[in-house]
Design a protein around this ligand. Sequence first.
Ligand code: BEZ
Ligand code: FE
Length: 293
Amino acid sequence: MRQLNEDNVTDAVIATFANAPNPRLKEVMTSLIRHLHDFVREVEPTEAEWLQAIQFLLDTAAKSDDKRNEFILLSDTVGITMLVDFINHRKAAGATETSVLGPFYAEGAPEYPNGADMRGDRTNGDQGESVVVRGSVRDMDGNPIANALLDIWETGPDGFYHMQKPGEKPVFEFAGKIRTDANGGYQFCTYKPVSYSVPTDGPVGDILNGLGRHAFRPAHLHMIISAEGFDSIITQLFTDGDEYIESDAVFGVKDSLVVAYQTGSEPALEEQYGFEKPWWTVDYDFVLESSAN
Ligand code: BEZ
Ligand code: FE
């Protein structure tokens, strides 16, 4: 291992893994070192640039806490989160596709009856355009799945998740769980989601800015759908026609998850939810794969 040079230093590092007791760690580190060394050989960073890269990672760690993970945001905005999703969720044709969880999952949101109104406090009237989302959860053969759990969360009409504005609002706003009925049917009312910017006040925002990229996500509703005997899915329903549908900052859009909002007109729904402004409906059927496969 003496007199190494820029061509053989990679193999010298990898050779030190020879006795690694964990074969997966050895495999991962061998590939990582090869790619990182090739990257450095290709880019030929100056020492100042390499220190800048290390400072970037330090800043990314410093910006992270129990409410915000800047590393996940980094992974999201460079497409790695979705790449991991693609590899881990190669769904059979017809099964509902998956998308990113994102950092704002409303863990522990309350469960409401099917049909629930998740618009929260409306003492000052409707804060946004309302939507009734409805459909069913089915298996791959089209059979209804009763008692499937839909865990739903979205931003408010202002484009912020509840945990982005601590103290200001009730904790579980625009979020909740409902279960499908005996026919696999579900329905809930919420505000029509809006497009919003991912957080840009940290090092990831600086990188996006430096690359001339915008930080917006197309409007979407987040959901985790689970049922006994089936693979759970983390997914999102995206709004057709959104101005960012072709340029999601985290690359999460899949065609099968883009939904059309139809102008609402059914008097029974108007009466049930007391709409004050024009409202919408979205119909979407989810299909889960059996976990026995
Ligand atoms: C979200 O959709 O909530 C989200 C996903 C990735 C990064 C930031 C936000
Ligand atoms: Fe989101």
